[in-house]
Design a protein. Sequence first.
Length: 859
Amino acid sequence: MKTTCPYCGVGCGVEMVGGVVRGDADHPANAGKLCIKGSTLADTLDDSNRLRSPSIDGVKVSWDRALDKIASGFAATIAAHGPDSVAFYGSGQFLTEDYYVANKFIKGFAGTGNIDTNSRLCMASTVAGHIRAFGEDIVPGSYEDIDEADLIVLVGANAAWCHPILFERALAARAARGARIVVVDPRRTASAALADLHVPVRPDGDIALFARLLVALAARGHVDEGYVARHTGGLAQALAVAAEARDEDTGVEPPILNNFIDWFCATERVVTLFSQGVNQSVSGTDKVNAIINVHLATGRIGRPGMGPFSLTGQPNAMGGREVGGLANQLAAHLRFTPADLALLRGFWGAPNLTGRPGLKALDMFEAMLAGRIKAVWIAATNPAESMPQSAKVRAALAACPLVVVSDCWPTATTRHAKIVLPAAGWGEKDGTVTNSARTISRQRAFRAAPGEAKPDWWMICEVAKRMGFGAAFNFAGPAAIFREHAALSGHGNDGSRLFDISQHASISDAEYDALAPFTWGEKRYFGAAGRANIVPVRAPARVPDRGFGFILNTGRLRDQWHTMTRTGFVPKLLESGGQAQLALHPEDAEACGIGAGDLVRVTTRHGEAILPASLEAGQRRGEIFAAMHWTDEHSAAGSIGRLIGPARDRHSGQPALKSERAAIARVAVAWAGVMQSRAFVRPVGRFFASRVPLEGGLHRVSLAGWRPLHFGPGLADWAAGLCGAAAAAERIEFSDAGRGMFRLGLVQEGRLQACLFLAPKAALLPDPAALDLLFTVPDWGQDRAAMLLARAQPAAARDRMVCVCHRVSEAKIRAAITAQNLRDINELGRVLKAGTNCGSCKGELAAILQSTSMPELVT
Ligand code: SF4
């Protein structure tokens, strides 16, 4: 069964063969390759933590009861307070068919523009930048341009981790044709470690960088005057504004800056790939245009091997853009003009169609908190964790009279819902997705959804029918929705809208089932036809630190996805980055009295988090980094969303997730701990905790506290609660207040269910392997105290798994480099096989090579 990976915007084709996942050799995005996340998709098909039944106020109900309640709640709210009192918050995880009916329901029939999605956090600035430059949200190139480029520039894109299969294509272009790779990023990321040139731009220094480049291109005669005259407008004004930028605004040392400019000027075939480091900024839209400007000025666009190229974060952010899933869009690339509104109103038969854009994500939750939005449906996303000001978002959800959440798993957001609907997930529902390169692929169902879970499109249509809109939502299935979506793209389209897939408007159900991936529109745009705008953009003013001396950057880890609802339960995917932590430069750490592994309090004007320090020379001085993934489900004190404020791009409304002002301080550790359990237990309390899943369905939580433990009668109850003790469980306890040691085992029917070890410092905790052994004992019988006594060993130095595919750890790699004098990642691959399967770890291999002393260099 062929389907599509549900993670990133590369959109790789996947084949399920006898329960085994492999890459689809025929898919144009990946030609059979998969990264480690895609390769482990089968491991995520575990139903143990899934939502299975609809519920109201936590009580299981029938689908009819839940859907009636939602329909009557939305209808009553609209009747009492008007259409703008309701809202829908969707997701780039939606399939296009889910998205299409959600947008039609809210904009067309509920009569409000208040539908937005977590794509607002991902690529809204690219949408705004594309529309300013091209007049439509168009990606002008193709993945094949990466294969055919001579210079590949990545801006704010750690593709080696976040779009690994595309990064492999870039490495292949270097191997095949000598293409050079440049990474523009404040951090020395895994991508930068593999690049020919790393340009460590200061945060939000990208506009100045591309302004200096534009000026240099003009000064050195690289402007394509003929192309500019035929296809663009605005160059003179853009150049005048760009001339205001100074080299020092980039934050880049002159030799590196000049090197970048020289390479760019001298290379005709240049592709600029950009992603969240560009989008998630107060100046994201301007950054997008600064990048597009240099391609338009040189005519390096719309031809093989060249052009600006947005890498979308989510699997179907592009599909959402095609159906108008953002508050400021209409379906099928229609605009909020009287003519387009009339066209859509007629096509849908929707007299209530909203006439204006709705609230964007941040504004939507602010309106909820202020009481203006009184009913909201949140689908396939977890804003209680992922939105900026997450504490405020939770308050908004608590204040909203009707919160409906449809999702596959329980999350921090479902905990705030009045009505929870169980959603079918990947492998359980049918539809289409569009990747970063405009390629539409099928996701196909190959297994039954657990319990009563249903696809999102079905739930939305059922609610719409119950609100009296049955004629417009009587779809037999996703194929029927796709036909209408395709027909709308061609309806009244005289060629003024490039998005047109109306050739599929009469596709049969059987043809839809068999639909092969196809790319809509032309392979490339703005080469020989079309007109585009070169937009004058100015670098933003620097934000004063006001006592917050660091800039907090946030982002992804290699093997995790979003808020870990799927990937956080696969042991292999946490072996390379096993706990929440804060990266900072060693000299900053020394100046603040912080050592590796120390707890650090990170404070912003919006909240605080406490994380262990990771000292990384690849950080710029004055900048810190934390991964976005850890939530309250998987950690305590490590969730990052609460630190980020409301700053956003003024054009796109996209939040600035990568440049929050922060202060840091070392926190003295009063105790350390480790808890291991068979059941999933959410670590709740005022301490640091970070959970990893283990083989065999076990979970391990590392703990550290800054408040002293109180050795008294309450300690055992607190510890048992932390372990999620069942009432029937027997407790085996050991307490030594004098040495600050406490140990607890919970046994049920002879088997160890959970254990907790607390000590004054981590070095006194048992080795993880010793803990694993405790859980292999089939019946603890009479010797139960032994589980808490001699078996504990001093913890061994932690050895990180780098190549998860071939099980090669960092220690093994360093030993091989030293012993065998290995010099590059190809040699590492030959000797250890590291990096030879999915390739996701090549950046780390390069970094380890660079930081491991060679024998002849040791004096
Ligand atoms: S590169 Fe992206 S789409 Fe491809 S397998 Fe990896 S996560 Fe999935």
